[in-house]
Ligand binder design. Sequence first.
Ligand code: CTP
Length: 415
Amino acid sequence: MPEINNIADKISKQLPLQLTAFLKQAGVTAAANGEGLYLVGGVVRNLLLGKSNLDIDLVVEGDAIAFSQKLADEAGCKITTHKRFNTANIDWYGWSIDITSARLESYSHPGALPDVKPGSIEDDLLRRDFTINAMAAGLSPQGFGRLIDLYSGQKDLESRLIRVLHDKSFIDDSTRIWRGLRYEQRLNFSIEAETLRLLKRDIDGLDGISGDRIRYELECILAEKQPEKVLQRAAELGLMVKLHPSLEGDGWLADMFTRARKLSSPKKPSISLYMALLTYNLEEGEKEQFISYLKLPGAIAQSLGDSSIIKSRMPKLASAGLKKSDVYHLLRGYNRDALKASLIAADSEAVHRSIQLYMDKLCNIKPQLTGNNLMDMGIPEGPQIKKMLNKLLDARLNGEAKTQKEEERLVKEFL
Ligand code: CTP
């Protein structure tokens, strides 16, 4: 295909009408200020690939916050600013538009956050991860849609290659290793040979990256349509051990993730469910290391911990002659994603049935009589009430009491 040097028609055709109008107006405002404004990164890549993209990144050759404020005032829309990073986000009818100042970055040492100075769009493209993400399109009225492709990103899109811009890219920012795998698997591209050599050379740079940043990368992977493809590729390249030495990205995991999608359909599985499956075969202590390294939030940590407890109960859940009330008490109170992960990973048919039964039915069962009703019937306030309520619950679970009348009969027998 011949190279394109203007994507104005793609912008108009592929982005919603209102959004295109907003971008045109933004270009006019920037030009009136004597500033260049550009669409950059993922949105340009996706427009060239014919995919829609509603997360819009803009770069202005000037002060991003002052410019965004002006734009928001003109358009009468909501703006959030981050002074520390000199960035702003505009909410335009539900579309999220990130605006940053064009900048020149340098790294004092590997893994450090970059030193940042104001720069041109060319400087800004040079600091980016891959050629396919290092293209920009002008938004000024004179050059609306003009493509800036200094590193042959278009050619790489055509050859389906993920390629870094220079040989220190992974040293400057090791998280690009995970990003590279994510794009490769999402787009069904290949990491270009020299880039792959650099990636392997620089893998140990990941040891210097904070757990928070790695967690963010892992969350991005788990938000992909088929995260298992990225994890399998990571295992192949010896990257899984960077998350935890005992983690694997194998066929078993792929199978579990596929089942998680079926179970969660039409929604996507939650990050917490994927995390519980990813770490399912780790020992308890190993899970704790993983949780503290990645600083996982409480609810996710809970789903990992609860999965271990449920796993340890599986022999009991598999035993013959289990009453429904036994199943209930073995599974009661655990995190929903931990239950789902256990349901997916259980290899015994009996365990699977018990967990399914608990999640579908048992967890919602309650006796109809309340503590007050029991006191009215003559049970004295105190531990007896709790004991009776538990008896009623078990009777309900096991089908021994189906109506309020039957519950009352059991209370009378007890009295
Ligand atoms: N970027 C980079 N290095 C990083 C992170 C981001 O160079 N470590 C640049 C890339 O140019 C990227 C842009 O910032 O295109 C925006 O980053 P992000 O929103 O993470 O990615 P998108 O390209 O928008 O891709 P996605 O489809 O995954 O959202």
